[in-house]
Design a protein around this ligand. Structure first.
Ligand code: C2E
Ligand code: MG
Ligand code: MG
Length: 646
């Protein structure tokens, strides 16, 4: 039924839930559209079929044919939404107005009374038709003006007709007078009645439409459909005015930037919509979810204290990332900051700022946590902002350098490769650890240029190492960038380092195992001939069974796995784990490097188990390029001395 009705539609609907006034307007126009040709057709038919003197005089075949054709064409144009319709309407209305007015004027001045009535009747037929027809298009200003002038002309001509006897003409008969009154009434009613109705509903509709669009824009976030900052501020103000306690959670999506940068904006938007839905689903009754900006959401918990808010936050931390709709090929985690009214602040803006800085503190401390605002945490937020700001200058100001931590073949302690470790000496803050600034670089989108610089520097240096390999750390963000293999290739090409002397260390993430693009990038890298090893293996995401599926050449066992060797609290377990990993890497086969060797005993156990490679402060701290090359040189000397002695 609805679809049948829809095919009669003239103007596009406003979409579901369109306002009543709009429906009314559409119905009204629809009636006009279909009513007009019907009425006109029947009038013309009646005239054509009509008999008697009066009717015969009315049939002016050519004029009717022309006007009917024009009306039919205009009707079709209206029906099929022909674009220049407005201009045509204006022209047609103006033409009709001139024609009808001239005609009335001639009637008034020239015609004998007995011919008056048929001519007036003809006008009566066409005048309302023209006016009504113009209503079908939007009443544009020129059309409205023409119609007004036409109406004024009709009135003036009618007055002239009435005044004929006074002006010396023949007197009017009653029928003609009646026809004249009918003309004016019909025209007035159709013109002003319809135009008033249309204009009113148009104006009303537009005003209401604009108002609601404005409201929507101000109050609602278009992407997620959640209320935005303005609405949040209003609610906060209402609560603080009433003095009711509440808690605020600022929820930030950690992986958002990575998703946006690597999977594209559409995926980023999808993720935000998904998170918005999950937050709404998990929000307790009576609470409110808002989108603050970018990847920041707010959960407002009226009546909640610190304890209740922490509980809700932990619920979000555990449940949101596990939702199937948010499985985008990389770990989605949340960082949540919270502030409580009235303990933490009494002003809404301040509360929001506090919760936000608590969230930033979580980011600095490693994400995936909830933290309540603490006055001293402002310092942490400030540091994050300073690092983010200055990191973009670090490259150009040459504040970044590389250190090289030797990796030894444990059997004879030969230095076989070195891991390039990035160092940043900030002009005011001094040395900043990569553990602190790499996540900042990832978050603010600087990891790609910094990573490319590290690669180039490391390759340039390794050119002079006499065959020793350089290991370069690669962040998951870099790995997911489609152009990364290109970056590696040009670093190798430009520096002349053989691909076999470069190894990339990849941190274990879900993306590494689950993202098809990451797998493709790995294959491309492997095809270049560079080594690929899994860094920090055993510290978190380790997935032994899936190691086989990756085109990797090595594994670096995280220092947490060997710190209990041999006599630590979990010593036996650590040894068993090490044996298992060693067995596996021999079977696959993969290079195994034990990281973080600090003590003699650890080294002894590793050697005992035939672990091939090792690295750690117990063997060597990270060195400058010169120190590392000196170490390589000493080993060569030592070997040649050894060879000479034997
Ligand atoms: P990682 O790749 O696991 O690097 C090893 C880290 O452990 C280094 O810290 C190193 O100095 C430290 N380490 C080595 N031996 C020992 C030991 O015996 N005991 C202890 N406690 N620590 C030891 P660093 O240089 O602070 O680097 C931290 C992390 O920053 C690195 O972990 C790596 O994930 C990241 N990183 C460093 N440079 C880069 C880089 O150029 N690009 C990227 N994407 N990440 C980097
Ligand atoms: Mg590493
Ligand atoms: Mg490591």
């Amino acid at each position: 039924m609805n679809s049948v009705w829809n095919c009669f539609l003239l103007w596009p609907e406003m979409g579901e839930g369109a306002a009543d006034h709009h429906d009314l307007l559409t119905t009204w126009r629809r009636m006009l559209l279909w009513g007009l040709p019907a009425v006109q057709g029947s009038v013309v038919l009646a005239l054509l079929l009509g008999r008697g003197d009066t009717w015969d005089r009315l049939i002016d075949p050519w004029l009717y044919l022309a006007m009917s054709s024009v009306l039919v064409l205009s009707w079709l144009a209206t029906r099929y939404r022909w674009r220049p319709l407005r201009q045509v309407t204006t022209l047609l209305t103006a033409g009709s107005a001139v024609f009808l007015n001239v005609k009335l004027l001639l009637i008034a001045l020239l015609l004998e009374p007995q011919f008056l009535l048929p001519e007036l009747l003809e006008t009566l037929v066409w005048l309302p038709a023209v006016i009504t027809w113009t209503m079908l298009t939007d009443l544009s200003r020129p059309v409205r003006r023409v119609l007004n002038w036409m109406m004024a002309g009709v009135l003036a001509s009618s007055v002239l007709v009435v005044l004929r006897p006074v002006l010396g003409g023949a007197a009017l008969n009653v029928d003609a007078l009646r026809a004249l009154i009918q003309i004016n009434l019909a025209a007035l009613v159709s013109l002003y009645g319809a135009s008033y109705f249309l204009r009113r509903s148009d104006l009303l509709g537009r005003a209401r439409g604009e108002q609601s669009v404005l409201r929507e824009l101000v109050y609602t976030d278009l992407l997620t459909g959640l209320p935005g900052r303005v609405r949040l501020n209003e609610h906060l103000r209402e609560l603080t005015v009433r003095g009711e306690p509440f808690a605020l959670l600022v929820v930030d999506v950690d992986a958002f930037k990575v998703v946006n940068d690597t999977l594209g904006h559409a995926a980023g938007d999808e993720l935000l919509r998904g998170v918005a839905q999950e937050l709404q689903r998990l929000a307790p009754a009576g609470s409110g979810v808002y989108r603050l900006s970018g990847d920041e959401f707010v959960l407002l918990l009226p009546g909640a204290d610190d304890h209740a808010a922490q509980w809700e936050a932990r619920r979000l931390l555990t449940h949101v990332p596990t939702r199937p709709s948010l499985q985008v090929g990389m770990d989605i985690t949340l960082s949540i900051g919270l502030s409580v009214y009235p303990e933490d602040a009494t002003e809404p803006e301040e509360l929001l700022r506090h919760a936000d800085s608590a969230m930033s503190a979580v980011k600095c401390a490693g994400r995936r946590q909830v933290r309540r605002y603490q006055p001293q945490q402002d310092a942490a937020t400030e540091r994050f902002q300073v690092l983010a700001r200055d990191l973009s200058l670090a490259l150009t100001r040459q504040e970044l350098t590389l250190r090289f931590q030797p990796v030894f073949r444990l059997r004879d302690l030969k230095p076989v490769k070195a891991e390039a470790l990035l160092r940043w000496t900030h002009p005011q803050l001094g040395a900043v650890s990569p553990g602190e600034f790499i996540p900042v670089a990832e978050r603010v989108g600087l990891i790609a240029p910094i990573g490319a610089w590290v690669l180039r520097e490391a390759c340039r240096s390794a050119r002079h190492w006499g065959g020793a390999t350089v290991s370069v750390n690669v962040s998951a963000v870099q790995l997911l960038q489609a152009e990364f293999p290109q970056v590696v290739q040009s670093a190798l090409h430009d520096t002349g380092l053989p691909a076999s002397q470069l190894e990339l260390e990849l941190t274990e993430t879900a993306a590494l195992y689950e993202d098809e693009r990451a797998a493709r990038t790995l294959r491309e890298l492997r095809a270049l001939g560079v080594g690929l090893s899994i860094d920090d293996f055993g510290s978190g995401y380790s997935n032994l069974s899936r190691l086989r599926a990756l085109p990797i050449t090595g594994v670096k066992l995280d220092r947490s796995c060997i710190q209990d060797l041999p006599g630590g609290p979990g010593g036996d377990f650590a040894r068993a784990l090490l044996e298992a990993v060693l067995g596996l890497t021999r079977h696959l086969p993969l290079d195994l490097t034990a990281e973080g060797i600090e003590h003699e005993a650890q080294l002894a156990t590793l050697r005992d188990l035939n672990c091939p490679l090792g690295q750690g402060h117990g063997l060597s701290h990270p060195l400058t390029e010169q120190e590392w090359r000196a170490l390589l040189g000493r080993w060569d000397d030592f070997r040649s001395v050894g060879a000479a002695a034997s």
